[in-house]
Design a protein around this ligand. Sequence first.
Ligand code: G6P
Length: 750
Amino acid sequence: MRLSLRFLIPLALALGAIAYGVAPLVDEMTLKWFVRDLDIRKNLIASAVQEPLVELLTDKARDRVRLLRVQELFARILQDERLFALGFCDAGGKLVYRTATLPAEVACRDPGVPGEEPGRLLRQQGGTLHVGASPVLAEGRQLGELLIVHDMSFVERRSADTKKYLVYLFAAIGAVIALITVVIAELSFRGWMAGIKALIRGQSGAVSPEPKARELRPIARDLEAMVRELEAERRMRDESQISWTPENLRNILRDDLKGDEILIVSNREPYIHVRNDGRIEVQRPASGLVTAMEPVMRACSGTWIAHGSGSADREVVDAQDHIMVPPDKPAYRIRRVWLSKEEETGYYYGFANEGLWPLCHIAHTRPVFRAADWEHYREVNRRFAQAVEQESRTEDPIVLVQDYHFALLPRMIRQRLPRATIITFWHIPWPNSEAFGVCPWRAELLDGLLGSSILGFHTQYHCSNFFDSVDRTLEARIDRETSTISFGGDLTEVRRYPISIEWPPAPLAAQRPVAECRAAVRAALGLGTQVQLGLGVDRLDYTKGILERLAAVERLLELEPGLVGRFAFVQIAAPSRSSIEEYQSLDIKVRAAATRINGRFGSPGYQPIVLKIEHHDADLVYTYYRACDICCVSSLHDGMNLVAKEFVAARDDERGVLVLSQFTGAARELAEALIVNPYDTEQCAAALLAALTMAPDEQRDRMRSMRSLIQEFNVYRWAGRMLLDAARMRNRRRVTGPRDGAKMSGLRHL
Ligand code: G6P
């Protein structure tokens, strides 16, 4: 409406102005026409008057009588309303008869001037007069001239009327033109808007990234450019945002993803129901993946699809195998997928944990690949793809696929839900291409992963290894510049997203002050209050370097006998994958190492190694973090290692020292830790000693710096960055068309 007015008013004004400009021209023209008409009229009157006038003029009557008669004749003629005055000039050019109205300025012509003259205009105060003269003839002789004066005020009246009508006409034409233009503009504007909206919603019906409507193509390109600019801006905003909170994450979901549906798939479930002494208990598994994803899910809601592995899991779900969690404050739901013993053995213990786990971790444990395990792995991935399809309420959910248990799942989801945005995160390292190349199903694994829209690793190094593996194995188009791989019609972005923990960590809320934790733990372990404490928290896994850590403690006690009785090391080890031989043998070796060291340096009431091979709740683990002086993370190879980050987060007193393996992803971020090579026992022992003797100020400086980094780079940022990238991708697809659009637009920018 405002647009119409903005257009209509100037147009009407312009036309009005034109009308006013044209009016004088019209005046002049109509005047000429009227003068010509009056000339003709004058001649008509003259010829009509000719006969009676000649009769009177040639009558022998006396002058006085003749005068009266001529005046009578003139008065009769003057009844014509347009005639203003009459006069008669004799042959000598003398005005002999006249009506009273004849203006004084009207005079007789010079008798010597031959022929007739066109009428002339006489402008007076009361208006314009047309003055004409016609000869009066009798038998070929000119008796004189009849002066005929017409009143032209009617011309002015008509001209004013004409002018008025002209303005009205132009204004009306203007209005009609404007109206038609506005209607047409409005209609095409609506058409355009509908087209653009369809374009933005991704309904252009285009198979190619270009919309069907030709006129929309430049706009589509502009929009695409704009979207890219916004994306860049948003990335900057994302990077510069210091405080990432669950609230931010919810905002991203609401604003950037417009409340789109979120599904997570992982093997390990975040809450496990187990039967213990006839009662159902809820356990939180020892899993870096769960530690990271659980707070994200609490913030995002949605559905978490996972293997129901607890002994009481089936008892607590509803008919659709759903259960709301966390139990005390339900925020999202778990959909449990049931696996048979054989499936679990082949898929989980076999291919995932005897094949892929040692394949990806360089820990010198040989991977085992069995065809039967591979079949189960494929089948279970298919089962989870089916569960994703069943759980998704929309055709384009965001699916977060977690870890090495589901390398085939992204492709399988893509086949069932082509419009889904699939973000796969590989929580463990990706090996170099030679190491990966030993896997008999390497091509299938890569193909499966390349069904993802986004594939995430902890470090750039793992991304590069993945690119190399694809390069060696598949005919794919790789662009390291844009971090994209185009394969089988899909475009996958391969990016680095270093995982982290929630800040502040939930278990910290229930903790007592550090001094109390220290005292409580020492009392529980039967240690004196002055005993310094080292801590290791891991799953009992050969990649964690637990044996190497114990060897370093042993070496420390050898080198520093004064520490015997004044230093103890607590190793918490959650039993893990215990039906696998390698894990069983590790269990035996760790116990043996602890026994050996305790035998060498222990005494009644003092054991330098306190081995706790059992499940510990997060609250208790945090109490240990707060109670110890050193936390030692000595993984031989680790994607990230969240224990290192949890320890730092637990120390709000800014005390304690982190000894950290250089082969963890965390070592790239936590540079203020004492970084060690776990294979170098001497170095590790020296680091433990340095940690035990580190001045409180130095401890504080290092802790403070690491704490601020984790606070800033917390798990909400990790998830937020992936979700923002997903939002960017979805936006681009809306502009450039469905899946192909995302693909093409990526390629166009190669
Ligand atoms: C690692 C893996 C996770 C796994 C966790 C615990 O952190 O990346 O996917 O959940 O270990 O292992 P588990 O086999 O007990 O799930």
